[in-house]
Design a binder for this molecule. Sequence first.
Ligand code: UDX
Ligand code: UDX
Length: 455
Amino acid sequence: MKNILCIGAGYVGGPTMAVIADRCPDLTVTVVDINAVRIAAWNSDELPIYEPGLDEVVKRCRGRNLFYSTDIPKAIREADLIFVSVNTPTKTFGAGAGKAADLQYLEKTARSIIEHAESDKIVVEKSTLPVRTAQAMSRILHSNTKNLKFQILSNPEFLAEGTAIRDLENPDRVLIGGMETPEGQGAIEALASIYARWVPRERIITTNLWSSELTKLVSNALLAQRVSSVNSISALCEKTEANIDEVTGAAGKDSRIGPKFLKASIGFGGSCFKKDILNLVYLCGHYGLPEVADYWEQVIKMNDFQARRFVGNMLAAMFNTVADKKIAIFGFAFKADTGDTRESPACAVCLQLLEEHARLNIHDPKALGNAKLDLEGVAGDISYLEDPYEAAKGVHAIAVVTEWKSFRELDYQRIYDSMEKPAFLFDGRNILDHKMLFEIGFNVYPIGKRKLTHF
Ligand code: UDX
Ligand code: UDX
């Protein structure tokens, strides 16, 4: 095992391969993509994605044993093991539109592998896929007329954006699924031995292919379900004067529940949660389990409700009209420490406010570029501001949508002084010091907590 290839230089493939190259100097790691602009960015000083610690790892390895290329045929010919990390978005057309995964890029990649391969290879599903996709992959790959043999593995990636490098360097677990044959077990061991250079063996879990494929969907569904469960209770807290942080703090002390992933918010975003749950819902329907499908679909419905509820609270507080009022949106990324805005609840919030004819000043430390793309062509008065103080000047309200640490460090007296009065602050992430803001003069509306108003 000498040459590793990854097809798909995105948020998953890019950082994952950088860490493998860093930890395995004896391997040659090549990352290819059909998008030449993206590859050029990976080869430049301005990487295509922002991820803390990524620049350093890439700088250490690039040109040594880490290469970014658009020469897909050559890279396939030379590879012993190929990670497939192309995107698998929700289908927008035909059967299963809006739920099923669109597997066309995966299939094209498999066909490209058989077109260019000249030797047997291990092909690893890194992308998140519907359970039993490996069967289709195997059938396509083995339709080759060169008598080549392929072993298919499933090795889903569990990294979270914003902490990708940390997650990759110190994963809770690495999951590898393969066929229950001697050849399948050999392929599992080949991949496990790569991770074992830096991951303790007991954290490398091996299963059959279908368990591995399904585990990725289930892990994301369980995480998203926790967020939706907490957010549903945040609505009840606002009606009853219970405090969501106190409730989750105390509930999370139960070691069976645990303290993580219980933070109330305006809702989860990101490229995975919604897509993967929809995928799970589709699969359950496909296998004749409508009750199971409905159960999981509710996680998404609750998430949509939470963003709508947030905007509803804004409207109600601001005398039932935001028309022509300037509102500062603090944060557009789907979470802190990333410039990624895919499925960001910020977008839903902005669109609803624009429908109400609000005028928006959007500020985000890393995501303004993507915010502009997301809102391109959307009617309304939208400004994008690098400076949070400029964004807040003259506005009626601030809505905190992403939990950037920098938002906690702002001079809110200065911000308050520059705003229209009464000044409103809606903290969609419960990250600010609400008592201090109230004392400055703000009317403060947290999530799942009593509002602090001067009326
Ligand atoms: C994607 C999926 O969203 C996720 O479900 C899966 O687990 C891994 O792949 P991500 O890396 O965030 O995650 O996607 P994206 O940033 O869109 O990267 C995919 C890359 O594949 C893109 O750069 C795209 O150009 C490339 N690609 C796509 C190919 O190289 N070949 C193709 O045929 C299709
Ligand atoms: C997720 C999974 O965590 C990761 O394992 C998988 O590989 C990809 O999907 P990611 O989407 O990058 O990762 O971020 P994550 O940290 O899971 O956050 C997802 C969303 O949930 C964010 O919008 C975040 O703000 C929100 N969230 C998270 C909450 O609202 N409350 C929480 O307590 C935790």
